[in-house]
Design a protein. Structure first.
Length: 320
């Protein structure tokens, strides 16, 4: 059973080969092997994007157990098993169209998959917490110490980058969100700065290029992505791997959001004085601007404009 599937396609050839390998080796399976196999049978389309430690954390076994299973299936390393799957699945498994079409063809129940979605999000959150627990503190220290932090994301990942930028801007100054259509601001990046890139499959070329450019510049880099073993992560300072598989149309971003929020919370803990200064200034601006709804008759303490401050009417006119 040594060797690998050579013909690229829609994954069916790999699925047949994988099933054959499982049948051949099943007599040697331990309880941990069976747990990993059960997970992979239901998530075979995710295999091209999984690292051994990510799979181990998701299933609840050791990384060594995952590697041993790959060896029982005839591969020297888990990476060889993943490469075999990558040649077959390529990007087909990450296309919303293919996921939707596959669900229709297989007669999936909308109600069932929707309920499964919540269970899967819980599993993603638990797996991600295990993977990033030791990675968050050093990444936060670099974020807190950098003169400037550049934030990048594109296409489906842009909304996550935007959310992270708004959170980070609330606890420290010097954060800059890059426009994916015109990211030339990255030319201001120095070796003392940090670039945070959020990128999930299908990976935007501009995000990969920005990340690699920052590595060449000698800047510290943080990548929030769906696995720690992608080739484009070579040289990246901090990788925060996120579990994001989903039984429904789109990949789950629940754990990605939690990871970004946790990272900013860590930054706040590292630099409490700067965080306090930023939060006080932000709260004062929001209060004096009257941005938040209050019920009729409710006190609006501190809302009267003071000399030199921007008043509600001035801000309101700016949005008309």
């Amino acid at each position: 059973m040594n060797g690998s599937v050579q013909d690229a396609g829609d994954g069916r050839a790999f699925e047949r080969e994988f099933t054959a390998r499982l049948t051949f080796a099943s007599g040697e399976f331990t309880a941990n092997d069976s747990r990993v196999v059960e997970y992979l049978r239901g998530h075979l389309g995710d295999l091209p994007f999984l690292a051994a430690d990510e799979l181990a954390a998701t299933v609840g076994v050791s990384r060594a157990a995952v590697v041993r299973l790959a060896q029982k299936l005839g591969y020297a390393r888990f990476a060889d098993l993943r490469s075999d799957a990558q040649r077959q699945f390529r990007d087909l498994g990450s296309s919303p169209l293919s996921r939707f079409s596959s669900g229709i063809a297989e007669g999936d129940s909308l109600t069932a998959t929707t309920l499964e979605k919540f269970d899967k999000d819980v599993a993603n959150l638990q797996a991600t917490a295990t993977m990033v627990a030791d990675r968050l503190p050093p990444a936060a220290r670099d974020l807190a110490a950098a003169p400037h932090v550049f934030v990048a994301g594109s296409r489906n990942s842009y909304s996550l980058a935007l959310y992270f930028y708004h959170l980070l801007h609330g606890v420290r100054s010097g954060a800059r969100l890059l426009d994916p259509g015109f990211p030339d601001e990255i030319s201001d990046l120095t070796a003392d700065d940090v670039l945070v890139t959020v990128l999930f499959r299908r990976y935007a070329e501009v995000s990969v290029r920005l990340l690699q450019w920052a590595v060449r510049r000698g800047a510290k880099t943080i990548a929030v992505t769906d696995g720690p073993s992608h080739p484009f992560l070579q040289g990246v300072t901090h990788v925060l791997p996120v579990a994001n598989s989903s039984p429904v149309l789109f990949q789950s971003m629940a754990a990605a959001v939690a990871t970004l929020e946790a990272l900013v919370a860590e930054v706040a803990q590292v630099a409490p004085e700067e965080t306090t200064r930023m939060l006080v200034a932000k709260e004062q601006f929001a209060t004096e601007g009257g941005f938040f709804y209050r019920a009729p008759g409710e006190s609006r303490a501190g809302s009267e404009p003071q000399p030199g401050h921007v008043g509600q009417s001035e801000i309101g006119r700016a949005h008309v």
